[in-house]
Design a protein around this ligand. Structure first.
Ligand SMILES: [Zn+2]
Length: 65
């Protein structure tokens, strides 16, 4: 699996799918829908770090333009 958020989330276990937040170090397993697909946002840190970091990046970009 390709890392969806390099630098923010690390894939610890590709087979059993386990993610680690690079910001708060939380390890979590994403939840799957019955169709076998991942829930939207389940690749992001449950504490909200990934989302916050992405939003901060967007703002940085916007300021830089
Ligand atoms: Zn986190």
């Amino acid at each position: 699996m390709r890392n969806p958020y390099p630098g923010l989330v690390r894939i610890l276990d590709d087979k059993n799918l386990k993610f680690k937040c690079e910001i708060c170090r939380l390890v979590w397993r994403p939840s799957f829908k019955r169709s076998g697909r991942l829930y939207r946002g389940s690749r992001m840190c449950p504490n909200g770090c990934t989302k916050r970091a992405l939003e901060a990046k967007k703002i940085e970009k916007w300021i830089g333009e």
